[in-house]
Design a protein around this ligand. Structure first.
Ligand code: ADP
Length: 546
């Protein structure tokens, strides 16, 4: 043997051990479901997760078993993550906003043995519990509560089982490829599909998102993950925060703009992470109260395209740098993040903004390419102009969905994301659309994302979805479904006129529909499929078919 380096598996238990050992007193602030706030730290999270691991062993849980949560971002949920995955089981986070039928489907598909739930979700649990075939224990994430017990007599209370146990527990030295957590995609088409993350993929993803050109995390940061722990594992932040020793502020159920602004100000949050709709509510609240969110230095936006007006507002009015990132449940989720390169430093502010608007470039650990899927995945050039199907491969990308025999990959090992984008010479990805949201007009494609961005740059517009409406001559034409900002007005003609000079004439939207609220899905994305069903015939119905 020439020599050898140590073989240490990449394990989630190592993350929490590291956080407890080197950042034990770093605060974890948690807004609880009952409205109270608790102050904890990494050492306590570690002790409680070991207590929970002891309790789970007594409940008969074994390595590889799946345990589900229906919960907000809070302290107990964090302890469950580390207790479950650290002990070799799989933490399956469920989106409470799924339809009951979908919840039943995912629990049965995952064969969950335990269901941890917040007291607020008791009615939801009562409605589905008789259909959950494999759940042996229902654990309410509170201290003992007679109201809950009256309805669900065999319920176990989290605080009871954790308080009873010792925090003496040896984390098992698992194989790093042992599964650790499970997230289902939202199932906009067909049943939701499960993505089973491993210890290894999770630890490597934590390195990836912490890098300076990703979210740039350090032990000096106070991080507010607004993105829920059931949405692609809160984009991996609770793991990365332990790796780095960052402080976490967990917002619980209070995701309205005022609560978020107060949390940012009260706990001096400097990094906040979430989808664009969250930032819209935060900006509206900050405008109302006049806070300048002085501690906030970076906010990360992903999940849907970040409107350019939002980056400008954060920059100019709040001195906050907006990082645009892209990814999906299948990619853990970080695929790309947008930070400038040294060569961009001399650009004007406006040109920098143009670069920043794209979804950014991949960190080490993932690669992206664009191909023409209709021509046998022919590789397309990275010229910033040619659009194609985005495909990805890397250390934290799905291979095979949960309970599937067949790999989800293309024959040469890449995963097709269903997104359409360009990539420029510097490797920056610009998402043009989801393949299914592109608007097909007279044989040409129109990007709904670009038209939405322009609508949202109008001061009267709070939110805008652009969909293709059926048209007898052109196949489809773009129409805007918009929600106005409070107290603002704009006419249909004026909003369409706002596009002039910004897009080619044939891309101008044909109509505007004003709605009270653009419908959003459980993760804050616009429900364009529903809008297409509702308004797909709008042009024909109004006779706008020239
Ligand atoms: P769902 O399918 O439920 O929306 P995901 O949260 O996994 O589940 O969504 C992934 C998709 O979200 C991506 O494929 C892409 O279409 C979209 N997306 C994510 N981030 C961005 C972004 N920054 N800009 C535009 N689209 C994005």
């Amino acid at each position: 043997m020439l020599g050898q380096m140590m073989q240490r598996p990449l394990l989630i238990s190592h993350l929490i051990q590291h956080a407890a050992k080197y950042h034990g007193d770093t605060p974890i602030i948690s807004r609880e479901t009952d409205g109270s706030t608790t102050l904890s730290d990494w050492k306590t999270i570690h002790s409680n997760s070991k207590r929970l691991a002891n309790a789970l062993a007594k409940l008969g849980m074994e390595q590889g078993d799946r345990l589900a949560t229906i919960a907000w971002n809070n302290r107990r949920h964090l302890e469950i993550w580390y207790g479950v995955s650290g002990a070799g089981m799989v933490c399956h986070t469920i989106n409470p906003r799924l339809f009951p039928q979908q919840i039943i489907y995912v629990v049965n598909d995952a064969e969950d043995q335990v269901l941890f739930f917040e007291k607020t979700f008791l009615p939801l649990v009562m409605g589905v519990k008789d259909h959950l075939k494999t759940v042996k224990h229902f654990v309410c994430m509170t201290a003992p509560d007679e109201e809950v017990r009256a309805q669900l007599p065999n319920v176990i209370f989290y605080d009871d089982i954790v308080d009873e146990e010792s925090d003496e527990f040896e984390w098992p030295e698992l194989d790093e490829n042992a599964p650790a957590s499970l997230c289902y995609t939202s199932g906009t088409t067909g049943n939701p599909k499960g993505v089973l993350y491993t210890n290894r993929s999770t630890v490597l993803h934590s390195f990836g998102i912490s890098l300076p050109d990703s979210i740039n995390l350090s032990a000096q940061d106070v991080v507010l993950p607004v993105v829920p722990m059931f949405h692609a594992n809160a984009w991996g932040l609770p793991y990365a925060a332990a790796m780095i020793g960052a402080s976490l502020v967990l917002p619980g159920p209070n995701l309205d703009g005022h609560s978020l602004a107060n949390m940012i100000d009260d706990y001096k949050v400097n990094v906040a992470v979430g989808v664009p709709t969250i930032w819209q509510t935060l900006l509206a609240a900050a405008k109302e109260t006049g806070t300048k969110l002085p501690s906030l230095k970076r906010n990360v936006v992903g999940g849907s395209a970040c409107p350019s007006s939002m980056i400008k507002t954060f920059r100019d009015e709040f001195g906050c740098e907006t990082l645009h990132a892209w990814g999906m449940t299948e990619t853990s989720p970080l695929g790309t993040a947008n930070q400038l390169k040294a060569k961009h430093s001399d650009l004007s502010e406006e040109d920098k903004l143009t670069v920043r608007l794209s979804q950014g470039r991949p960190p080490f650990g993932v690669e992206i390419r664009i191909v023409d899927s209709e021509q046998n995945n022919k590789l397309l050039p990275n010229d910033g102009k040619t659009s194609g199907n985005v495909q990805i491969r890397g250390y934290w990308i799905v291979d095979t969905y949960f309970n599937n025999e067949q790999s989800a990959l293309e024959s040469d090992g890449w995963f097709d994301t269903g997104d359409i984008a360009t990539i420029n010479e510097d490797g920056y990805l610009r998402i043009r659309d989801r393949a299914k949201d592109l608007i097909k007009s007279g044989g040409e494609w129109i990007s709904s994302v670009e038209l939405e961005d322009i609508a949202m740059s109008h001061p009267a517009v709070a939110m805008a979805a652009v969909i293709g409406a059926a048209h007898p001559k052109w196949d489809e034409r773009p129409i805007i479904i918009t929600q106005l900002a409070v107290g603002e007005q704009v006419s249909e003609e004026a909003l369409i006129a706002h596009y002039e000079g910004k897009v080619a004439k044939w891309q101008l939207p044909n109509a505007v529909i004003f709605v009270e609220a653009v419908p959003l899905n459980g993760t804050g994305k616009m429900l364009k499929k529903d809008l297409r069903e509702q308004y797909g015939n709008h042009l024909i119905e109004r006779g706008l078919i020239d």
